[in-house]
Design a protein around this ligand. Structure first.
Ligand code: FES
Length: 175
């Protein structure tokens, strides 16, 4: 073994950092960092664009989502001023169908738009009521009229065909 190599600096310099120009290195670091940040922001922005557009369409009710036509009741079994519960479009989406007049039916998903308590139909008072925090909704359009809810109940479109009442779709956040 060569003891000179192990115990001595292998060239004639008084330190190892003679070739580092710190100011230039800092500039390069800052530039590289800014490029990375700009690149990451660009990639993030571009990759989230489609999801933002989809969410905006869905919230505006223009999603073009296809719903099945599902039988939810019969006109002969629902008197004016009465309501019946059903689920639409999935079995987890509880809803209310209300017969407001001889030929006037309205249906809403009945998870309160405040904190999702079930909304009930108060027939004698002709009101949609959320008992959790005293929220009230207009049965004509689902718009909140009192209490903490700020958004309307999603309306379910209905069709009457031969005395049978069908749910045909969900309008979201339309006043
Ligand atoms: S959950 Fe309906 S008013 Fe709060």
């Amino acid at each position: 073994m060569n003891s000179n190599r192990n115990n001595q600096i292998p060239f004639e310099e008084d330190n190892y950092t003679h070739n580092i120009r710190k100011n230039n290195e800092r500039k390069l670091d800052r530039r590289a960092f800014m490029k990375t940040v700009a690149g990451a922001a660009g990639v993030f922005g571009v990759s989230t664009l489609p999801w933002g557009a989809l969410a905006a369409k869905e919230l505006a009710g223009f999603g073009g989502k296809k719903y099945e036509r599902v039988k939810i009741g019969e006109t002969a079994k629902l008197k004016v001023g009465e309501a019946l519960e059903f689920a639409y479009p999935s079995e987890h989406d509880t809803a209310l169908l209300i017969r407001l007049g001889e030929n006037e039916y309205k249906a809403y998903q009945n998870a309160c738009t405040h904190l999702r308590c079930p909304v009930f139909w108060d027939g004698p008072k002709k009101e949609l009521v959320c008992p959790c925090h005293h929220g009230f909704f207009n049965p004509q359009n689902g718009v909140p009229t009192a209490g903490p809810p700020r958004r309307p109940l999603p309306e379910i479109t209905v069709e009457i065909d031969g005395g049978v009442i069908y749910a045909t779709g969900v309008k979201r956040y339309e006043a």
